[in-house]
Design a protein around this ligand. Structure first.
Ligand SMILES: C[S@@+](CC[C@H](N)C(=O)[O-])C[C@H]1O[C@@H](n2cnc3c(N)ncnc32)[C@H](O)[C@@H]1O
Length: 182
């Protein structure tokens, strides 16, 4: 599966593949801050929400959700150094008490507490996550950066200009929103 995901990256996003490490499903590429805010706006994140970012990188999505939207959140990330950095970033932002970062494989994460799930992964990883996303509580919002969920019809698709995007021909990000139905 990890080799297949890397192959997908090779086909779809050469710059991502160049940065991929062989033992990871998805390389570390940050969501720019203005795209992070657009993801949180699209999910209508608010106080009372519990956001889980799958593959949380340096923690920016969870930290922004806590700092600017009043939510609580969990970031799960396979790279320990990124988790340490996320905890440090959360402390600096004053949201360490409302955020948690775990070194964990995202396929092992208990998603049941989530009211919002965010992800910036790869198409094959998204597809493999579908059974777990389908089991989320009704009303849970899912926002994916750049990659869809196959034939799951999104409620909304938003396009954001990203002039300095490091990969791909289009200098933009696509955001997809789904809400889990009963
Ligand atoms: C494209 S980056 C996105 C980072 C962050 N969510 C953002 O949008 O800025 C994907 C992240 O997923 C992490 N990752 C890859 N495979 C993972 C796995 N199986 N479990 C947890 N994290 C993983 C990578 O280390 C990387 O930091």
């Amino acid at each position: 599966m990890q080799r297949r995901a890397a192959a997908t990256a090779l086909l779809l996003a050469p710059a991502w593949a160049a940065r991929a490490q062989t033992d990871l499903d998805v390389p570390f590429v940050v969501t720019p801050d203005h795209v992070t805010r657009a993801m949180l706006d699209l999910a209508a994140v608010k106080p009372g929400d519990y956001l889980i970012d799958l593959g949380s990188g340096d923690g920016r999505i969870v930290i922004t959700a806590a700092h600017q939207y009043g939510a609580r959140g969990l970031g799960v990330e396979i790279v320990p150094d990124l988790v340490a950095k996320s905890r440090d970033n959360a402390r600096r932002a004053g949201v360490a008490d409302r955020t948690e970062f775990r070194v964990q494989d995202l396929f092992e994460t208990d998603l049941r507490p989530a009211t919002v799930v965010t992800m910036y992964l790869l198409p094959e990883v998204n597809m493999k996550l579908r059974p777990r996303l389908r089991a989320l509580r009704p009303g849970t919002r899912i926002v994916s950066h750049d990659w869809d969920l196959g034939d799951w019809q999104p409620e909304r698709v938003v396009t954001i200009d990203v002039p300095d995007k490091a990969y791909g021909r289009e200098k933009l990000s696509r955001l997809f929103l789904w809400t889990v139905r009963a």
